[in-house]
Design a protein around this ligand. Structure first.
Ligand code: HEC
Length: 118
């Protein structure tokens, strides 16, 4: 838990599960260096193929929690706008068929709870 103090000071199971889910399903595109097999060379959600999601960025792109859930369920569609100013490149898969909504909610609440970097 090297970065736990920097991300969100929660302890206990939900927090660990959210990080575990993020690393299992999202980090290969959203954490720099992760897909190269060297975990944690960069901070979690620091951005890679997909944009950085650190520091509460998910709240900036998606004002409504429901809209963010919807985006994760369906994924991005090439040329289709999402959030406040996102334009889908069709490169992010939808997770509706992969993860139960409760897991998706756990991940996005974790992202939404990140404190802005100082
Ligand atoms: C295969 C690579 C890939 C995976 C896996 C992936 N994403 Fe993405 N994600 C992207 C790309 C690429 C974009 C930018 C939209 C595009 O180009 O289609 C994006 C965009 C986003 C955005 C919008 C960010 C913004 O500021 O515009 C959020 C939020 C997001 N992803 C969350 C997640 C979560 C949560 C997961 C895991 C459940 C995940 N992503 C898994 C590639 C991925």
């Amino acid at each position: 838990m090297r970065y736990s103090g920097k991300i969100l000071c929660l302890s206990g199971r939900p927090y660990r599960s959210a990080v575990g889910l993020f690393n299992a399903y999202c980090a290969r595109c959203h954490t720099a260096g992760y897909s190269a097999g060297v975990a944690y060379t960069k901070e979690i959600a620091s951005g890679g193929l997909g944009p950085a999601l650190r520091a509460g960025r998910a709240n900036i792109q998606f004002k409504q929690r429901e809209d963010l859930i919807d985006f994760i369920v369906k994924g991005s569609v090439n040329g289709k706008a999402y959030g406040v100013n996102g334009v889908g490149g069709g490169k992010m898969p939808g997770f509706g068929a992969v993860l139960p909504q409760s897991d998706i909610e756990l991940i996005i609440d974790y992202l939404r709870g990140m404190t802005p970097d100082a």
